[in-house]
Design a protein around this ligand. Structure first.
Ligand code: S3P
Length: 429
């Protein structure tokens, strides 16, 4: 199916247990398991296209993967195997950038590539700082675009690097290089980006110190402890349904077993600021805070979003549907990073909201939306899973057709099955 139509069925009260597993943590589970000498055990791994590509790469690099359909056991190889073919990262910026950092320090020749969307996203933000410490990376346009070739070596210099962008992918690539460098490294970023890597690697025994000024990373003396983890559900995926509840009169949704890391739930806090009722019910877990999130509808008012943008890049498309029906204006600023995601999310949000009859002004680093009534439209996802899902949710406001929806499988294969519980979803032409 590559086009879907979505129409509202009125109010709902739903508990959702099967929001997709966290994508960021799943990628990290697969890659970090290669830093141990024992088998890692992973439950609730995300079975979506992107994270399955990552698992496939880990297997190609020599790991043994045992999968009984529920639990995935990854036994790392004694040393990383040089692959006979390219390593396919699919649509995933996280996979390609994390593997750039990891493979830079592994002996061998590696070629990383992905789909046409991934191969047009910027890579020098990772390639340049890695090259500065001795990594041998090449690619199109001086290493800006994949396919990327890496000739790994075990002689990386330690570094003191201050990144201009708050990016968890850049940070993690540099941490993975630092763990195999010749001395202690330091990494700083303008705002704390999602911090799963520091948390997970520290729990595995890596010596990573963090404070508000950044990270200090000691090289590994020994292999790390294996992971034994249940991946929580993904708050970025759950957020589509949070917006669904917020914009549908008299509706409520309870999202179960969600990751509650503060760098990942900012969009829920913005929804609360707009007037929706949002409650976090926290439970501790071994690696991260986990719990339920309850969202209830209420009249929404416009807001300005100009801070903590790194905590919102994945959720701004869905949040923009809420801005579109809120009373008054909403403004998004300082969000230039949105232009280099799976699509240029500033222009794809603006273009599609305009098709829905919403007044939007586009800026270089954001947009301004004047809330009003949505009208029925045909949406182009531009191959971006989060644009496809956001505008499918807009179908609760006015009937929507969304094309090119196969991309949803990169992160949330059961999205339409869940949406079908609260809306009429049909294959369309
Ligand atoms: C991710 C980091 C974010 C996010 C992406 C996943 C990660 O990108 O947009 O979907 O798992 O590290 P940044 O590199 O901009 O932080």
């Amino acid at each position: 199916m590559s086009m879907i139509s979505v129409t509202s069925e009125g109010s709902f009260d739903l508990e959702i247990e099967d929001i997709a597993s966290d994508k960021s943590i799943s990628h990290r589970c697969a890659i970090f398991s290669l830093l141990s000498d024992k088998s890692s055990v992973i439950r609730n791994y995300l079975r979506a296209e992107d994270t399955m590509c990552t698992l496939e790469i880990v297997s190609t690099l020599g790991a043994k993967i045992e999968d009984d359909g529920e639990v995935i056991k990854i036994t790392p190889p004694k040393s990383i195997k040089e692959p006979a073919d390219i390593l396919n990262c699919g649509n995933s910026g996280t996979a390609i950038r994390l593997f750039m950092g990891f493979l830079s320090a592994c002996k061998g020749f590696f070629v990383l590539s992905g789909d046409k969307y991934l191969n047009s996203r910027p890579m020098r933000r990772v390639a340049d700082p890695l090259r500065d410490i001795g990594a041998k990376i090449d690619g199109r346009s001086g290493g800006e675009f994949a396919p990327l070739c890496i000739r790994g070596n075990s002689d990386l210099e330690p570094f003191d690097y201050e990144s201009k962008i708050a990016s968890a992918q850049v940070k993690t690539a540099m941490i993975l290089a630092a763990l195999r460098a010749r001395g202690e490294s330091a990494y700083k970023e303008p705002l704390l980006s999602r911090d799963h890597s520091e948390k997970m690697l520290s729990a595995m025994g890596a010596k990573i110190k963090s404070d508000d000024r950044g990270l200090k990373i000691q090289p590994l003396k020994n292999p790390l402890k294996p992971l034994d983890i249940e991946v929580p559900n993904d708050p970025s995926s759950g957020f589509f349904f949070a917006v669904a509840a917020a914009i549908t009169k008299d509706s409520k949704i309870r999202l179960k077993n969600m990751l509650l890391n503060k760098t990942r739930v900012e969009a829920y806090k913005i929804l609360a600021k707009m007037g929706a009722k949002v409650e976090f019910i926290k439970r501790d877990s071994k690696y991260e805070d986990v719990g339920d999130i309850v969202i209830k509808s209420a009249p929404l008012k416009g807001v300005e979003v100009s801070e903590n943008i790194a905590w919102l890049v994945d959720e701004l498309p869905a949040l923009s549907i809420a801005f579109g029906v809120a009373s008054g204006k909403s403004i998004v600023k300082n969000a230039k990073e949105l232009r280099v995601k799976e699509s240029d999310r500033i222009s794809t949000v603006v273009e599609n909201l305009m098709k829905c009859g919403i007044k939007v002004d586009e800026f270089e680093d954001g947009y301004e939306i004047e809330g009003s009534e949505f009208k029925s439209a045909q949406i182009d996802s531009h191959g971006d899973h989060r644009i496809a899902m956001s505008f499918a949710i807009a179908g609760l406001l006015a009937p929507m057709k969304v094309n090119n929806i196969d991309c949803i499988d990169t992160s949330f294969p059961n999205f339409i099955a869940i949406l079908s519980k609260i809306a009429i979803c049909k294959e369309a032409e």
